[in-house]
Design a protein around this ligand. Structure first.
Ligand code: NAP
Length: 319
């Protein structure tokens, strides 16, 4: 990686939609300026391909062929999930994904909120019409087992928050992990064990060839009867038909889904009308301009000083 020539402004190409360009341009330029880096922001067509130093990327941007940007030192994604770009064969530049405090805190709040909703049976009283005086005392968190699929940046933060509330938390990942207070399991052979104790199952896995349809009918059948599913990773994790069948049979009591195979969920999809499904329109953890601009500026500053980039995507693993 070449060291920065401090006299020269660097060129950022925003491969994003026009509204995102408006939202992110000034915060990123300001964050770079605070790091003594002068930068210019362009959209496709405003700058020669070979002059681009960094590409700021979000799904929906016009560039699909990254090959002409032969001097670009990195492609920096504004989103945490990179499944739509990671397989692009023209992308030979390093690809970094978004990992920041805004995403982490947002996901912790959303997961804890929905886990507590399931744990306390809140819908019973919030949605019950007409209201009746029926007392259903929930167990304490110490008597509730929660499994989180995915123990990465977001999964481990959510796991830690749930441990702090007293839940018995199991986490599952590809490689062996250690998270304080969490029973950590790794690898396909441990998945049945992770599912068997999941009274509340939380999905925080990326979309990769290995995770697509991971939760099929056979694996959903391993869940304790009446379990709750909360999925905020990617919608392809769970086979839609198998989930509907598991809800109908009572194996799964309720599914709160923030991510879907097709977004927005098409009208007429059974999720819209199923009483056991809550549709949350991909709002679990949004990228926030303030924290994301700092992350992008930090990474560019690293590259410019010859320090290795953060949050590099491993192309061989697709995440
Ligand atoms: P991350 O740090 O890359 O963590 C991914 C986790 O999944 C890791 O623990 C990884 O295992 C595990 N994993 C991946 N493939 C696996 C496999 N085949 N078997 C078992 N475990 C596997 O990602 P993150 O930042 O936590 O984000 C997770 C996902 O959340 C993102 O990819 C994105 O799709 C989604 N997301 C959703 C929203 C939303 O608003 N709904 C917002 C942000 C992100 P290792 O630890 O062994 O690597």
């Amino acid at each position: 990686m070449r060291a920065r020539n401090s006299d020269k402004a660097i060129n950022l190409l925003f491969n994003v939609t026009p509204p995102l360009f408006e939202d992110y341009r000034d915060p990123i330029l300001d964050a770079l300026r605070r790091r003594s880096i002068d930068a210019r922001a362009s959209l496709l067509g405003d700058i020669a391909h070979q002059d681009v130093d960094y590409i700021i990327h979000a799904t929906g941007g016009p560039i699909t062929d990254f090959a002409p940007f032969s001097n670009a030192r990195a492609v920096l994604s504004l989103w945490a999930g990179v499944e739509k770009i990671v397989g692009n064969a023209t992308l030979t530049q390093p690809l970094c994904r978004m990992v920041d405090d805004g995403l982490r805190q947002g996901m912790v709040e959303w997961v804890v909120g929905h886990a507590l909703r399931a744990h306390l049976g809140m819908d019973r009283y919030v949605c019950q019409k007409p209201l009746t005086w029926e007392q259903h005392v929930p167990p304490l968190a110490t008597d509730r087992s929660v499994t989180i699929l995915g123990l990465g940046e977001l999964g481990s933060a959510a796991a830690t928050a749930l441990v702090q509330l007293g839940f018995r938390v199991t986490g599952w990942s590809r490689r062996a992990r250690e998270v304080a207070g969490v029973r950590c399991l790794a690898g396909m052979e441990k998945l049945p064990q992770a599912l068997a104790s999941a009274e509340i199952l939380i999905g925080l896995l990326p979309q990769t060839p290995e995770t697509i349809d991971l939760l099929n009918a056979e694996r959903l059948a391993l869940l304790p009867k009446g379990s709750f599913i909360i999925n905020a990773g990617r919608g392809t994790l769970i086979e839609d038909d198998a989930l509907i069948a598991a809800l109908d049979s009572g194996r799964v009591a309720q599914a709160t889904l923030d991510v879907f195979r097709t977004e927005p969920v098409p009208s007429g999809h059974p999720f819209w009308s199923h009483p056991g499904v809550t549709i949350s329109p991909h709002v679990a953890a949004a990228t926030r301009v303030g924290t994301a601009a700092e992350n992008i500026a930090d990474n560019i500053a690293r590259a410019e000083s010859g320090t290795p980039l953060m949050n590099l995507v491993d192309r061989t693993l697709s995440y």
